[in-house]
Design a protein around this ligand. Structure first.
Ligand code: PNS
Length: 167
Protein backbone atom coordinates (compact mmCIF):
# COMPACT_ATOMS: atom_id res chain seq x y z
CA UNK A 1 0.00 0.00 0.00
CA UNK A 2 1.50 3.32 -1.08
CA UNK A 3 0.92 6.10 1.44
CA UNK A 4 2.13 9.64 0.78
CA UNK A 5 2.22 12.94 2.59
CA UNK A 6 1.44 16.20 0.80
CA UNK A 7 2.69 18.78 3.32
CA UNK A 8 2.20 22.52 3.34
CA UNK A 9 0.98 25.62 5.13
CA UNK A 10 -2.25 25.85 3.09
CA UNK A 11 -2.92 29.39 4.35
CA UNK A 12 -5.36 29.09 2.63
CA UNK A 13 -5.74 26.14 0.25
CA UNK A 14 -5.83 27.30 -3.39
CA UNK A 15 -7.07 25.69 -6.61
CA UNK A 16 -3.40 24.92 -7.33
CA UNK A 17 -3.11 22.88 -4.11
CA UNK A 18 -6.38 21.15 -4.87
CA UNK A 19 -5.14 20.20 -8.32
CA UNK A 20 -2.02 18.57 -6.81
CA UNK A 21 -4.18 16.78 -4.19
CA UNK A 22 -6.52 15.36 -6.85
CA UNK A 23 -3.71 14.21 -9.12
CA UNK A 24 -1.69 12.72 -6.23
CA UNK A 25 -4.71 10.86 -4.87
CA UNK A 26 -4.95 9.05 -8.22
CA UNK A 27 -1.34 7.86 -7.96
CA UNK A 28 -1.17 6.67 -4.34
CA UNK A 29 -3.44 4.46 -2.21
CA UNK A 30 -3.69 6.98 0.63
CA UNK A 31 -2.81 10.67 0.62
CA UNK A 32 -2.30 12.46 3.91
CA UNK A 33 -2.41 16.22 3.56
CA UNK A 34 -0.13 17.45 6.35
CA UNK A 35 -1.07 20.93 7.53
CA UNK A 36 1.81 22.75 9.20
CA UNK A 37 0.96 24.06 12.66
CA UNK A 38 3.59 26.74 13.07
CA UNK A 39 2.69 30.05 14.64
CA UNK A 40 6.16 31.41 13.86
CA UNK A 41 4.89 31.78 10.26
CA UNK A 42 1.99 33.98 11.60
CA UNK A 43 -0.68 32.36 9.46
CA UNK A 44 -3.85 34.27 8.56
CA UNK A 45 -5.96 31.19 9.33
CA UNK A 46 -5.56 29.05 12.44
CA UNK A 47 -4.53 25.45 11.90
CA UNK A 48 -8.11 24.36 12.76
CA UNK A 49 -9.53 26.70 10.11
CA UNK A 50 -7.03 25.50 7.51
CA UNK A 51 -7.74 21.84 8.34
CA UNK A 52 -11.51 22.39 8.16
CA UNK A 53 -11.33 24.17 4.79
CA UNK A 54 -9.18 21.33 3.41
CA UNK A 55 -11.59 18.71 4.77
CA UNK A 56 -14.50 20.45 3.11
CA UNK A 57 -12.86 20.82 -0.31
CA UNK A 58 -11.57 17.21 -0.35
CA UNK A 59 -14.67 15.54 1.11
CA UNK A 60 -15.44 13.74 -2.17
CA UNK A 61 -11.99 12.18 -2.49
CA UNK A 62 -12.11 8.89 -0.58
CA UNK A 63 -8.41 8.25 -0.07
CA UNK A 64 -7.45 11.69 1.30
CA UNK A 65 -7.01 12.48 5.01
CA UNK A 66 -6.23 15.91 6.44
CA UNK A 67 -3.89 15.85 9.45
CA UNK A 68 -2.20 18.79 11.22
CA UNK A 69 1.44 18.44 12.20
CA UNK A 70 4.15 20.35 14.04
CA UNK A 71 7.90 19.74 14.08
CA UNK A 72 9.88 17.84 11.48
CA UNK A 73 8.12 16.64 8.35
CA UNK A 74 10.22 13.48 8.32
CA UNK A 75 9.05 12.55 11.85
CA UNK A 76 5.43 13.18 10.85
CA UNK A 77 5.87 10.97 7.75
CA UNK A 78 7.30 8.16 9.92
CA UNK A 79 4.48 8.51 12.47
CA UNK A 80 1.95 8.19 9.65
CA UNK A 81 3.77 5.24 8.05
CA UNK A 82 4.33 7.16 4.79
CA UNK A 83 7.48 6.60 2.71
CA UNK A 84 6.74 9.30 0.17
CA UNK A 85 6.45 13.08 0.31
CA UNK A 86 4.77 14.88 -2.59
CA UNK A 87 5.36 18.55 -3.41
CA UNK A 88 4.11 20.69 -6.23
CA UNK A 89 6.63 22.55 -8.39
CA UNK A 90 5.56 25.75 -10.08
CA UNK A 91 8.08 27.95 -11.85
CA UNK A 92 11.86 27.60 -11.58
CA UNK A 93 11.78 29.95 -8.57
CA UNK A 94 10.38 27.08 -6.46
CA UNK A 95 13.18 24.76 -7.42
CA UNK A 96 16.02 25.89 -5.16
CA UNK A 97 13.94 25.80 -1.98
CA UNK A 98 12.35 22.47 -2.90
CA UNK A 99 15.70 20.91 -3.79
CA UNK A 100 17.19 22.02 -0.48
CA UNK A 101 14.21 20.72 1.46
CA UNK A 102 14.08 17.35 -0.28
CA UNK A 103 17.82 16.81 0.04
CA UNK A 104 17.77 17.78 3.73
CA UNK A 105 14.88 15.42 4.34
CA UNK A 106 16.71 12.67 2.46
CA UNK A 107 19.78 13.19 4.69
CA UNK A 108 17.56 13.03 7.79
CA UNK A 109 15.93 9.81 6.60
CA UNK A 110 17.01 8.20 3.31
CA UNK A 111 14.04 5.80 3.42
CA UNK A 112 11.64 8.67 2.71
CA UNK A 113 11.58 9.92 -0.88
CA UNK A 114 10.25 13.22 -2.24
CA UNK A 115 8.36 13.24 -5.51
CA UNK A 116 7.44 16.42 -7.41
CA UNK A 117 4.38 17.07 -9.49
CA UNK A 118 4.67 20.05 -11.80
CA UNK A 119 1.61 22.20 -11.33
CA UNK A 120 -0.94 22.36 -14.11
CA UNK A 121 -0.12 25.31 -16.34
CA UNK A 122 -3.26 27.27 -15.34
CA UNK A 123 -2.07 27.34 -11.72
CA UNK A 124 1.63 27.97 -12.27
CA UNK A 125 1.37 31.60 -11.11
CA UNK A 126 -0.85 30.92 -8.11
CA UNK A 127 0.15 31.09 -4.44
CA UNK A 128 -1.60 31.51 -1.09
CA UNK A 129 0.42 34.71 -0.61
CA UNK A 130 -0.90 36.39 -3.76
CA UNK A 131 -4.44 35.25 -2.98
CA UNK A 132 -4.19 36.87 0.48
CA UNK A 133 -2.81 40.04 -1.04
CA UNK A 134 -5.73 40.29 -3.48
CA UNK A 135 -8.17 39.66 -0.60
CA UNK A 136 -6.56 42.33 1.62
CA UNK A 137 -7.29 44.93 -1.06
CA UNK A 138 -10.85 43.71 -1.54
CA UNK A 139 -10.19 41.99 -4.89
CA UNK A 140 -12.13 39.02 -6.21
CA UNK A 141 -10.37 35.73 -5.42
CA UNK A 142 -13.13 33.43 -6.66
CA UNK A 143 -11.15 32.18 -9.68
CA UNK A 144 -8.15 31.24 -7.52
CA UNK A 145 -9.65 29.35 -4.56
CA UNK A 146 -12.62 27.04 -3.89
CA UNK A 147 -15.84 28.92 -3.08
CA UNK A 148 -15.85 28.17 0.65
CA UNK A 149 -12.31 29.52 0.91
CA UNK A 150 -13.29 32.73 -0.90
CA UNK A 151 -16.16 33.19 1.60
CA UNK A 152 -13.89 32.56 4.60
CA UNK A 153 -11.28 34.95 3.21
CA UNK A 154 -13.88 37.67 2.83
CA UNK A 155 -15.10 37.10 6.40
CA UNK A 156 -11.54 37.13 7.74
CA UNK A 157 -10.78 40.41 5.96
CA UNK A 158 -13.94 42.02 7.34
CA UNK A 159 -13.01 40.88 10.84
CA UNK A 160 -9.45 42.16 10.41
CA UNK A 161 -10.82 45.49 9.16
CA UNK A 162 -13.06 45.80 12.25
CA UNK A 163 -10.14 44.97 14.59
CA UNK A 164 -7.80 47.44 12.83
CA UNK A 165 -10.44 50.20 13.24
CA UNK A 166 -10.49 49.65 17.01
CA UNK A 167 -6.72 49.55 17.47
O1 PNS B 1 3.32 25.44 1.95
P1 PNS B 1 4.75 25.64 2.39
O2 PNS B 1 4.83 26.76 3.43
O3 PNS B 1 5.67 25.86 1.24
O4 PNS B 1 5.18 24.26 3.11
C1 PNS B 1 6.44 24.17 3.72
C2 PNS B 1 6.56 22.87 4.57
C3 PNS B 1 5.42 22.77 5.56
C4 PNS B 1 6.52 21.67 3.64
C5 PNS B 1 7.94 22.94 5.29
O5 PNS B 1 8.06 24.16 5.93
C6 PNS B 1 8.15 21.82 6.31
O6 PNS B 1 8.27 20.66 5.95
N1 PNS B 1 8.16 22.18 7.59
C7 PNS B 1 8.35 21.25 8.67
C8 PNS B 1 9.73 21.42 9.31
C9 PNS B 1 10.78 20.56 8.63
O7 PNS B 1 10.66 19.37 8.52
N2 PNS B 1 11.88 21.20 8.17
C10 PNS B 1 13.02 20.50 7.61
C11 PNS B 1 12.94 20.40 6.13
S1 PNS B 1 14.07 21.52 5.42
Amino acid sequence: MLKAIYPGSFDPVTNGHLDVIKRSAKIVDELIVGVLNNNAKSPLFSVEERVNMLKEVTKDINNVRIVPFAGLLIEFAKEQGAALVIRGLRAITDFEYELQMSQTNHKLDPSIETMFLTTSIEYSYLSSTTVKEIAVFGGDVSQFVPEIVAVQLEQKMKLKGECDKHE
